[in-house]
Design a protein. Structure first.
Length: 95
């Protein structure tokens, strides 16, 4: 099978891709994923990314994980953040 036919998973589903896209240090990603898998929010499988010669561990939200992410997203949209600049001026931001 040619390399182009083996590609089936986004780089961002790998530990390195998750670290890059979230800003979480790569060293913390495995522990975080392990906890999310244990809680049933994430599942692990193997897949090829575009740049990989061998299969890699990849991660996806479960249906429960998707629902939790949607709920969290909607909760965050309702939040207000107060920012105080270096001059002491307050600003309210709606996410």
């Amino acid at each position: 099978m040619s390399k182009s036919h083996q590609y089936n998973v986004s780089y961002y589903a790998t530990q390195r891709g998750i670290a890059e896209s979230t800003g979480i240090p790569l060293t913390n990603v495995p522990r975080t994923l392990k906890m999310l898998i244990k809680k049933g929010f994430v599942e692990q499988s193997m897949g090829y990314t575009k740049d990989a010669i061998r299969r890699r561990k990849v991660y996806f939200l479960t249906e429960i994980g998707k629902k939790m992410a949607q709920n969290l997203y909607h909760e965050l949209l309702e939040q207000e953040i107060t920012i105080i600049n270096k001059h002491g001026k307050l600003s309210l931001i709606h996410i």
